[in-house]
Design a protein around this ligand. Structure first.
Ligand code: AMP
Ligand code: TRP
Length: 337
């Protein structure tokens, strides 16, 4: 009987910094999509420890942060039977390819990156790693010749540069790398509880996805609401209120319309409105806390999941590098015969 050809699945890669426990912005902006994509696509998810060293960090804490991020990802529902989860430094080909991409990446393009400008402006002396960060990111993606990259909106510029690097490399050494597309969840970027900047671990304006009820409440209670609502009696504007926007992602039992209405008419105060949000988040993340507790108790199982992920990733990465070295004239021993 002729075997039916199974269509090849689309290759997907994404990465996250090992910032310890994941936060709500990571979850809404990225991980929720990762969990959905593992059902349909050939997915690789990478904890990027070599990106983490470009910023200020404590080497003594890095190993635990890597482990905690792995637990967070398993907790939100990544399934090692459906995707490969691994740590960047266990596949050293990423950094090798990044070095080779240096040859086709204009410094001017790197200097244009918003994330670079933002970070560099706050530093007196800027490490080259902060400038070259997007080259390593391009290597993370292209080493698997990934076609799609699910990320939060803040990463679109880095993805555009990845495509540029693929184009320039292909033009110089022959068509090989695909130009990967970003997959962005419709929600844009999640603002931090301070309402000032995007939610980010380094800004301390986050809610952890594994936090217990009292901590979730303690965090949500501090959230900034509509500044025009100075007293309990002032009517609020849900459209400018970050707490309302968070309600949109965690549909409350009373309904979103009720939240908006009661805010506009000042019938419900901000504290009560936040209480409802904290309760909904606590309930929705309950299964995450349970799974996290399971994996924290089973360190060896987590380490084996990461090892298996790295083995599969390495096999693909080695094939890519063999071709890249050959096209760039770096397989000189073979070429010399
Ligand atoms: P990071 O923790 O910066 O490595 O981010 C991991 C993933 O979460 C990336 O896809 C980011 O785009 C996404 N992400 C991080 N913070 C936010 C945010 N505040 N809003 C939306 N997505 C985010
Ligand atoms: N730069 C990304 C961030 O800060 C993390 C990252 C590194 C990444 N390598 C990647 C994301 C590859 C997607 C694909 O969020």
């Amino acid at each position: 009987m002729p075997t039916k050809k199974v269509p090849k699945k689309r290759r997907v890669l994404s990465g996250v910094q090992p910032s310890g426990e994941a936060h709500l912005g990571n979850y809404l902006g990225a991980f929720r999509q990762w969990v959905a994509l593992q059902e349909t696509d050939d997915c690789l998810f990478c904890i990027v420890d070599q990106h983490a060293i470009t910023g200020d960090y404590d080497p003594r804490q890095l190993p635990q942060r890597i482990f905690d991020m792995a637990v967070s990802l398993l907790a939100v529902g990544l399934d090692p039977d459906k995707c490969s989860l691994f740590v960047q430094s266990e596949v050293p080909e990423h950094t090798e390819l990044a070095w080779l991409f240096n040859a086709v990446t204009p410094v001017g393009e790197l200097e244009r990156m918003t994330q670079y400008k933002d970070k560099a402006s706050r530093l007196e002396s800027v490490p080259a790693g902060i400038l070259n960060y997007p080259i390593l990111q391009a290597a993370d993606i292209l080493i698997y010749r990934a076609e799609a990259v699910p990320v939060g909106e803040d990463q679109l510029q880095h993805l555009e540069l990845t495509r540029e690097i693929a184009r320039r490399w292909n033009a110089r050494f022959g068509e090989f790398f695909p130009e990967p597309q970003a997959i962005v969840s419709g929600m844009g970027r999640v603002m931090g509880l301070d309402g000032q900047a995007k939610m980010s671990k380094s800004l301390g304006n986050t809610v952890g996805i594994l936090a217990e009820a009292p901590e979730i409440w303690a965090r949500i209670r501090t959230a900034v609401t509509d500044p025009q609502r100075v007293t309990r009696q002032d009517p609020g504007r849900p459209e400018v209120c970050n707490v309302y926007h968070l309600h949109e992602h965690f549909p409350p039992d009373v309904g979103l319309d009720d939240i908006a209405q009661q805010c506009r008419t000042a019938r419900r105060g901000c504290v009560e409105c936040k209480r409802i949000l904290a309760d909904t988040i606590t309930r929705e993340f309950e299964p995450f806390r349970e799974r996290a507790a399971y994996y924290r108790e089973r360190k060896d199982e987590v380490l084996e999941i990461l090892a298996a992920g790295a083995r599969r990733a390495s096999a693909i990465a080695r094939r890519t590098m063999a071709e890249v070295r050959s096209r760039m004239g770096l397989d000189w021993r073979v070429a010399l015969g």
